[in-house]
Design a protein around this ligand. Structure first.
Ligand SMILES: Cc1cc2nc3c(=O)[nH]c(=O)nc-3n(C[C@H](O)[C@H](O)[C@H](O)COP(=O)(O)OP(=O)(O)OC[C@H]3O[C@@H](n4cnc5c(N)ncnc54)[C@H](O)[C@@H]3O)c2cc1C
Length: 409
């Protein structure tokens, strides 16, 4: 087990500097354009693939870093560059992690390379869980997967929504209900291979922020996938369902509850790190501006009213990073999240990003309110962090339930 440390080692520092260079030289200059275009920034993804940032190797290296700091460090730097473009770059990694965590070796070897494509022909992947009537309440998911034993195929029907890269992905990872009586314990994940008939894109959403990242509905109409596309395989699923049935029987036949509430502790710090990246970017712009903008014959930072805001902004960003790093270290070392520390880090960092970017807009005055300055975009982008991967209210629910041991509603 790696000791908890607040210092990056030499190798991590090198990676961080390399990522920062890419974020500053390639991502940041392209940010305003792709935000306005509201399209996937394919040329930037391709550039990231060429230098090795958009690849499974890079993602896996950070993911398995024994200090736990690889992923938060990488997320912070890329999202410092720009949140929409960075999400387009890391969105595939989020889908790939689902396969890495639950797939067999064969599934990992077959599907993950197809998620990324190659630097001359880059592809993206999508993770499709949310539905129009199943957002925070994952257990009310309706998309159904039924096993056709004669053909050893699964038939999937339903509508997914809010899928990052949905419809434009080469590979979709789709969560579906296989045994409705078991609530979220009766869910399973499936690979939908490229060009599978029946999968189509529904509406593409026009969003408030992270507009360079594609978000859309995904329609599944009698989608047939081979038995080998069930992540983890049928035997493992049958065992898991049998255990869940036993538990449901023991609890008096109640639908097994779980939903978004008690999961994702380990993946939430990564979203916290994205928020830290955006907050830090806005803070830096505001600090620079406050030093140079003069009113009443002196720089505006000369006023405590402005300087104290910057002091608070920086303090909260550093506190957010510490929570994120602690939770990431706990996750890689298999420490139990006895106080929902993963949710805590995401809650604090995402709320911090919203607050800090709003303060940055204020410090830039009229300029902060225009698209001539990046804080306007950063402020719009930051609103996503308190929504996806569990809203702030859901994080509070998870933390409160973990602390109290009660089913607080
Ligand atoms: C840009 C974007 C990208 C996304 N990418 C993906 C993706 O790639 N894959 C995917 O599967 N999903 C994705 N999502 C979906 C995202 O995870 C959901 O939007 C989120 O979980 C919230 O669900 P909802 O939108 O249905 O809101 P709802 O669940 O309807 O919540 C609405 C409001 O009610 C509150 N609320 C709900 N229940 C409770 C409760 N019990 N107590 C207190 N308050 C409550 C919420 O906090 C929120 O404020 C994405 C969403 C967006 C906007």
């Amino acid at each position: 087990m790696a000791e908890f440390t607040m210092e990056l080692n030499d190798e991590q520092r090198e990676v961080r500097d390399w990522l920062h260079g890419f974020a500053a030289d390639v991502i940041r200059p392209a940010a305003a354009e792709w935000d306005e275009r509201e399209e996937t920034p394919w040329p930037v993804i391709q550039e990231a693939a060429k230098v090795g940032i958009y690849s499974l190797d890079f993602y896996a290296q950070q993911y398995f870093d024994p200090t736990g700091l690889g992923i938060p460090m990488a997320m912070e730097e890329l999202f410092w560059g720009d949140a929409g473009i960075a999400l387009s770059i890391v969105g595939t990694g989020l889908a790939a992690v689902g396969v890495l965590a639950n797939g067999t070796e064969e599934q990992i070897g077959t599907w993950i390379p197809q998620m990324y494509g190659d630097p001359n022909d880059v592809k993206v992947a999508a993770f499709c869980s949310s539905e129009p009537d199943a957002g925070s309440d994952v257990a009310s998911m309706r998309t159904r997967a039924v096993y056709d034993e004669a053909k050893d195929e699964w038939v999937i029907n339903g509508t997914k929504t809010w899928a990052t890269n949905g419809g434009i992905a080469n590979v979709h990872v789709v969560v579906a209900v296989v045994e409705p009586e078991l609530g979220s314990k009766g869910h399973a994940s499936f690979i939908v291979p490229p060009d599978t008939p029946g999968l189509s894109q529904g509406q593409k959403f026009k969003k408030h922020g992270i507009r360079a990242s594609h978000t859309a509905e995904v329609i599944l109409d009698h989608v047939r996938v081979p038995g080998s596309c069930l992540l983890g395989g049928k035997e493992k699923l049958d065992e898991r369902l049998a255990r869940a049935r036993e538990k449901a029987k023991a609890s008096g036949g109640d639908r097994v509850k779980n939903a978004a509430m008690a999961t994702f502790e380990a993946s939430r710090p990564a979203v916290g790190a994205m928020a830290v990246g955006t907050a830090r970017a806005a803070y830096e712009v505001a600090l620079d501006y406050a030093r140079t903008r003069e009113q009443f014959g002196r720089p505006i930072i000369d006023n405590q009213g402005v300087a104290f805001q910057l002091a608070d902004m920086r303090t909260q960003i550093d506190a957010a990073r510490l929570l994120v790093w602690r939770a990431s270290w706990m996750a890689i070392n298999g420490k139990p999240f006895t106080a929902a520390e993963g949710s805590m880090s995401k809650l604090f960092a995402s709320e911090t990003a919203k607050k800090v970017t709003a303060q940055a807009v204020q410090i830039l005055g009229g300029n902060g309110y225009t698209r001539e300055y990046p804080v306007e975009r950063m402020h719009r982008d930051s609103a996503i962090y308190t929504i996806f991967e569990g809203t702030s209210e859901i994080q509070r629910l998870v933390i409160a339930r973990t602390l109290s041991g009660m089913q607080i509603r």
